[in-house]
Design a protein around this ligand. Sequence first.
Ligand code: PHE
Length: 345
Amino acid sequence: MVEKLNAIGAGALKDVSAASTLEAIEQIRISVLGKKGALSEVLKTLGSVSAQERPVIGAAANEWKRKIEAALDERKSVLEKAQLDEQLKSERIDVSLPSRLPHRGSLHPVTQTFRRINQIFSRLGFDTATGPEVETEFLNFEAANIPADHPARDMQDTFFMGPGVVLRTHTTAVQMRAMRSQKWPVRILSPGAVYRSDSDATHSPMFHQVEGLWVDRDVKMSDLKGTLLFFAREMFGPEARIRLRPSYFPFVEPGAEVDVSCFLCRAKPSDSCRVCKGTGWLEILGAGMVHPRLFETAGYGDDYRKLGLSGFAFGMGVERIAMLLHGIPDLRLMFQSDVRFLKQF
Ligand code: PHE
């Protein structure tokens, strides 16, 4: 019987040292030391051995039990430590790694462009003035000297809200409001949304404009040119030049369309320039000297003549400038709220 115990014990120790998982250890514990384990089965037969042999066998069995338990415990702690090491290795965090920054929101390109334009003109003393987007037909058109038969007053170009009420087609009405309330001098910038019934890759039913107005004694066309040149250089770079082409706007006389030299090819016409399409120039604004009729509508009476008041005005599309600066091909991208587009700015 002692031999049998020795065989079981030796076999168990061998198995323990070969066990490579915690489950295997548990399995050995059950199959050797468990209630129905090999060692227990032998001890169940202890009743049938002689009284002299019994203590010897009992002692041998206990000795094996102790050895096997010790071996199991030792092997178990080795395996547990290995498992922990493995886990620590796989869950290791490199705390020195720079963190991934969350995406921060940014200002819309139209807002950014607005702010830049505003900053530039505020350095010349322009104040910001705003007005309602739903405007009277009178202030949007008549007061700007736009006659009743002007095509701009057609339903196809203007959104009518009701009789005599329109969604403003330009911010020129703000200029009239300012002249009426401040009299003179006036030096304002009027930014805001305007509406025209038009929609394609370069036109949108709603877009943004910035108009400027400067009324004071003896304001000349050369002041307008100087102001716009300053703006062009600040906006498009120190080498920017401007060019005025005679043009007609009912609210100014004389009037001009203003081009700025292409900031990409620097007004050296080339067929391949994607910004100016090879012309060397970009049309960015309308401008001119305030029509005397506007002073009369503003309630200046005859004073403007006696005081020698004159003024200039200009207007530009904000989206157009943003598109030119950033090479944006389609105006409609501005209003689709697609983050893939917006997060580039
Ligand atoms: N109001 C004009 C427009 O709607 C712009 C402009 C303003 C032109 C002032 C000349 C002078 O486009």
